[in-house]
Ligand binder design. Structure first.
Ligand code: GLC
Length: 675
């Protein structure tokens, strides 16, 4: 048991004075955020004085070691339930690709059993008032880490759907799924307003339209958290504060260069929506900020007291807790993964230190005792953490397995809703020669590496962190796009050749080519300069498959499975119809639902998706797909054809560029063109 560390009342007084002085300096600095800049947000979760009194009573009874333990989040792969008990850990998490006992196919009951053990351990710490532990997970498109769970389209596809009510329903479904595994905290919604889609996390962004992101963030939060009055509610996390999607060149964890107004109006939009809906936690961005209006480099967000303690907490009025990102504190100057007073003093409350959590606790206690961190800061952090836990019902005395969704496979699945989301997400870019809709009895040739590949459909954050290392067998309750086509057209009418060889396309009524990106997450998905955003530069096999079947007589319908818009003029020219399916998840039948006509020839369903981001017409686009000298994109945000409303897409020029420079984003572009 770590030595209990008591502190005299005199020390407490001295520390309170120091913290008050710090807060005064931040306010006096008036930087960066003039009060008028950041909106005051009234949360749907109101302050409750009776609850606050309980919080004060709990915190008052805690030692410094217990408080710092409560501020620490460990990975389940590196902290046992007994560690939670011995070190008073406030939270655990399973990162992408982390499962109970390292078992990829762990059943919901296995997850729930582990959650119960962590919970019971957190009640056995000896605290005067035991504080239940939180478990956070990246259920960012359904409960992605869990074998057998339904995976929804990633955010970029949901942005194409333009359906806020759908977002709320998906969030509510995700909360049930998370509770089915004994987990109570979701690291979602991500609310980046991505600017340069070279960014490896572009698919986690709903749209380049701040107004849509704000509305979606509110609805997602409401769907996930409700009023914490239902077993199907889970705690939301708005992330990553602030400017994660605005970095130069789309570099993941890079530098966002923008004036304060743009940071607030564009990159802040999702926070204002989610916080108004009552979001109780905010995750900090790895990225840095340079204010292009003043030229001041404000450094990494994890050390930015003015934006975290100042703007978010004091001015916006956020009274939940701020959580750091995975080992992000180690990126601050003078810090390591296990030691960072600067991040504590910046206003972060809970520290995601998956491996080095024990050293972090010891070092932080020492830094408090050395006067590098005020006790008042520690008390503020623990107060916020306990407040959120009380609001979320963690103190209701029921262990995770007593939640009515615990262990339920049916709560992990919502295939009908996910299939509906896929249908709504599809964007029709081109439809010449009446290639679509397909006649139900047509003889079809299907080609392309992503036709029968559920891992490609699902993308990152699916069973594993990057979504790699998975096969169709890892997704027992899922349908590939090919399975959907076969279900509508009839097995006997469909021939499949992944690379388009060994078959004569001329013998078929139509060819469907399902191509696209292979899974990635975060930095692994970056397209850094001098690379281009030309799809064929990374995936020549897709052009080859199209070349094998195009211009042979039958129309070619291309379905692109991708986490973002890409330069595909060469592929568009070889396609009579072109459908963007984004990253649809487990429900490939949602694609075939829209490709076919009914017996009478009328489409069964029309397309309704519209581009959430502009689509590039050059290999080296700037932010928002702008061409050289700000030339317009190939297709603007909002573009999307209908069966009932087509448009001719001419043969497109081919951009010879093979290398790109680093494109500086236009600054001061806070005004946004309407669709
Ligand atoms: C990752 C991501 C963040 C995620 C966290 C926990 O690095 O940046 O979005 O919630 O770590 O997996």
């Amino acid at each position: 048991m770590p030595a209990r560390t008591g502190v005299s009342s005199l020390d407490m007084q001295a520390c309170r004075i120091r913290f008050a002085l710090f807060a005064l300096l931040v306010a006096m600095a008036g930087w960066p955020a003039r009060a008028a800049d950041w909106p005051r947000i009234d949360s749907a979760i109101r302050r409750d004085e009776a609850l606050e009194a309980r919080v004060r009573g709990i915190v008052a009874g805690m030692t410094l070691a217990q408080k710092v333990g409560q501020m620490t989040q460990a990975g389940i792969q590196a902290a046992s339930p007994d560690d939670v008990r011995r070190y008073f850990l406030g939270a655990v998490l399973n990162g992408g690709g982390s499962w109970p006992d390292g078992a990829k196919h762990a059943a919901p009951a296995d997850w729930v059993a582990l959650a119960d053990r962590y919970y019971e351990a957190s009640l056995a710490t000896g605290l005067a008032v035991p504080i239940p532990v939180l478990w956070g997970t990246d259920a960012v498109h359904g409960h992605g880490n869990v074998h057998g769970a339904t995976l929804f389209p990633h955010n970029i596809g949901l942005g194409a759907a333009r359906d806020p009510a759908l977002i709320e329903r998906i969030a509510a479904s995700t909360a049930r799924a998370v509770r089915a595994t004994g987990i109570d905290w979701v690291f979602a919604p991500a609310v980046p307003v991505a600017q340069d889609l070279r960014w490896g996390r572009s698919y986690e962004s709903w749209s380049q339209d701040p107004a849509l992101v704000r509305e979606y963030a509110a609805r997602y939060t409401r769907g996930l958290q409700g009023r914490f009055a239902d077993d199907a509610n889970a705690i939301a996390t708005v992330k990553h504060f602030i400017g994660d999607g605005g970095t130069t060149g789309g570099q993941d964890q890079g530098v966002t260069r923008a004036p304060l107004d743009e940071l607030i109006e564009v990159h802040g939009a999702g926070y204002f929506g989610a916080l108004a809906a009552g979001a109780q936690t905010v995750m900090v961005s790895y990225s840095s900020w340079v204010d292009t209006a003043t030229g001041i480099d404000h450094g990494r967000m994890h050390g930015n007291a003015a934006l975290l303690a100042g703007a978010l907490k004091q001015q916006v009025g956020f009274d939940g807790f701020i959580v750091s990102d995975w080992n992000a504190i180690g990126q601050l100057p003078g810090c390591s993964n296990a030691r960072c007073a600067a991040a504590v003093n910046a206003g972060i409350d809970l520290f995601m230190v998956p491996e080095d959590w024990k050293a972090f606790i010891a070092n932080t206690i020492a830094q408090v005792l050395a006067g590098e961190i005020a006790h008042a800061r520690i008390d503020d952090a623990v107060t916020r953490i306990v407040r959120v836990k009380l609001r979320a019902g963690l103190f209701d005395g029921r262990k995770p397995s007593l939640n009515r969704y615990a262990g339920r496979i049916d709560a992990l699945q919502d295939r009908t809703l996910a299939r509906e989301a896929v249908r709504e997400s599809l964007v029709l870019l081109k439809n010449e020669r009446s290639a679509l809709p397909l006649a139900p009895g047509a003889k079809l040739l299907v080609v392309g590496k992503s036709a029968d590949n559920i891992a490609n459909q699902a993308g990152g954050w699916s069973l594993t962190w990057h979504g790699t290392g998975n096969s169709n067998a890892d997704f027992p309750h899922a349908d590939s796009i090919l399975a959907g086509i076969r279900a509508v057209a009839g097995e006997a009418n469909v021939t499949f050749s992944a690379d388009g060889t060994g078959v004569d396309a001329a013998r078929y009524d139509a060819v469907i080519a399902v191509i696209g990106e292979t899974p990635y997450a975060e930095t692994s998905g970056d397209l850094p300069a001098p690379g281009t955003v030309r799809h064929t530069d990374r995936y020549p096999e897709d052009l080859a498959a199209l070349q094998a079947v195009a211009e042979k007589g039958p129309p070619v319908i291309t379905v692109l499975v991708s986490g973002r818009p890409l330069y595909v003029n060469d592929l568009l020219n070889l396609s009579d119809a072109f459908v963007v399916a984004w990253l649809p998840g487990t429900e490939g039948k949602g694609v075939s639902d829209v490709l076919f006509a009914a017996a009478g020839g009328r489409p069964v369903r029309d397309f309704r998706g519209r581009l959430p981001f502009a689509w590039p017409g050059v290999a080296c686009p700037g932010p928002r797909a702008s061409g050289p000298n700000g030339a317009p994109p190939l297709f603007p945000r909002g573009y999307g054809l209908r069966y009932a409303k087509g448009a001719t897409v001419p043969r497109l020029p081919l951009d010879p560029a093979r290398r790109c420079g680093l494109v500086q984003p236009p600054t001061g572009s806070a005004s946004w063109p309407s669709e």
